[in-house]
Design a protein around this ligand. Structure first.
Ligand code: PMP
Length: 413
């Protein structure tokens, strides 16, 4: 059933994996930043597709193939609506956010010249760092980085120093997977446009929190994964402005991305097909679209208020625990931040904290979160992270706080 309005119990009841009977205990699942769970609407859409419409797309003309192609086209249409793209041609299905960023780094990157600059930031997930380092090696492109503030936000004062006349692309996260900080996109876009550079946003941590308006954001590329937004894994979306995608060469070669192939040469299809070589993740795209529609059916304001209140409860509970041994890494206020909360425990390794909390039924993530440059900036090797989704409630937050209190005692902290 589609969630209309916001009723927390109704939302939680839509997630079969969270039913107490499944694991014989109440799961306090606070690792949503890594992967969120799937509601019944999404699971049903996938099963329906696989049991009624499974076939390859854009190839055969029989009934099932046409049904599968229609489902895949409909999925693209839903994702177009979710990001407010100008047309379906701007939606490229990829293997995930990582696949989307690599596509841009390879394809848009091939249009750059040695000495051109790509600006990233110290807040990035490795997915938005490594592809640019690989491009630097391949093409002599220079990678520069916007530093972070002690609060874990992009240091906007540094923009004039970092974004110069050779900058061709600014590729930054929309929401940090470590600090939960939301990027001031308008400031980034203004600085990039002033030198004629393009902007890519890594939306992996933003996409689960409601529809996105790429037109209002004023960016050029937007990348995100399905599995973090209540959809299946193995699929993601790259949104790109059509005039840009039209100028970009393909990334992977293979079936269905061509106009014509002879033994001597290949000409390529128009976007988005040009960028979707081989059989795409069809049922996954159908599931991702169902997830986007499921999210869109929720009262966004109420959902936002619910998560803000839980984030506030968590920040209050954590900060200063253990006689000041627990310290939140990231913004302490609720302004321009999403429900991803990282903390460090002086004298306690994140893996030990996660292990002890797992014994309490609380699922967290500990480590560098694929953001080693950020860990270096903070002078730590890792943090413990709790990331919330719509099905979480005050019980989950309280289980974390009381569980952490017990863990600190066990560790004699
Ligand atoms: N960017 C950010 C900010 C992320 O949090 C993640 C996933 N942790 C990614 C990129 C990569 O996403 P995926 O592994 O789904 O490709």
């Amino acid at each position: 059933m589609m969630a209309r309005g916001f009723d927390h119990a109704l939302i939680r009841a839509q997630f079969p994996i969270l039913e107490p009977g499944v694991h014989g205990r109440h799961l306090h699942y606070l690792d949503n930043g890594a992967t969120a769970q799937m509601p019944k609407a999404v699971l049903d859409a996938i099963v329906r597709h696989e049991t009624r419409h499974r076939a390859n797309v854009k190839r055969s003309v029989h009934f099932l193939a046409e049904a599968a192609t229609e489902a895949y086209d409909d999925a693209r249409e839903s994702m177009k609506a979710y990001v407010n793209a100008a047309s379906e041609e701007e939606i490229v299905f990829t293997s995930g956010c990582t696949g989307a960023i690599n596509l841009v780094a390879y394809s848009f990157g091939s249009l750059l010249e040695a000495g051109d600059e790509v600006v990233i930031s110290a807040l990035e997930h490795h997915s938005n760092i490594v592809p640019w380092h690989m491009l630097a090696k391949r093409a002599g492109v220079v990678v520069k980085a916007i530093p972070v503030t002690p609060e874990g936000r992009l240091d906007l004062d540094a923009l004039p120093k970092v974004i110069g006349p050779r900058c061709r692309l600014v590729a930054v996260t929309h929401v940090s997977n470590v600090t939960g900080a939301e990027t001031d996109v308008a400031a980034i876009v203004a600085a990039a446009k002033a030198v004629g550079a393009r902007v890519l946003l890594d939306g992996a941590q933003r996409a689960p929190h409601g529809p996105i308006d790429v037109k209002a954001l004023g960016v050029d590329f937007y990348a995100f994964s399905s599995h973090k937004m209540f959809g299946p894994n193995g699929v993601g979306v790259l949104w790109g402005k059509s005039e840009l995608l039209a100028r970009m060469p393909p990334f992977l070669g293979g079936g269905e991305m061509i106009a014509r192939v002879t033994l001597e040469e290949t000409t390529f299809a128009e976007p988005p097909r040009r960028f979707e070589a081989g059989t795409p993740p069809i049922a996954q795209a159908v599931g991702m679209a169902a997830a986007a529609r499921w999210i869109s059916g929720i009262d966004q304001e109420a959902a936002h208020a619910h998560l803000q209140s839980l984030t506030g409860r968590m920040l209050e509970g954590l900060e200063g625990m253990g006689g000041g041994r627990v310290r939140v890494v990231g913004p302490l206020g609720l302004q321009n931040r999403y429900p991803v909360v990282s903390f460090i425990v002086e004298g306690g390794h994140p893996h030990d904290i996660c292990q002890l909390l797992d014994e309490e039924g609380v699922a967290l993530r500990g480590g560098h979160h694929c953001a080693q440059p950020l860990m270096n900036a903070f002078g730590v090797t890792g943090t413990t992270r709790a990331s919330l989704a719509l099905y979480n409630d005050a019980d989950d937050v309280d289980a974390l706080i009381t569980g952490l209190g017990r863990a600190l005692k066990k560790l004699h902290l």
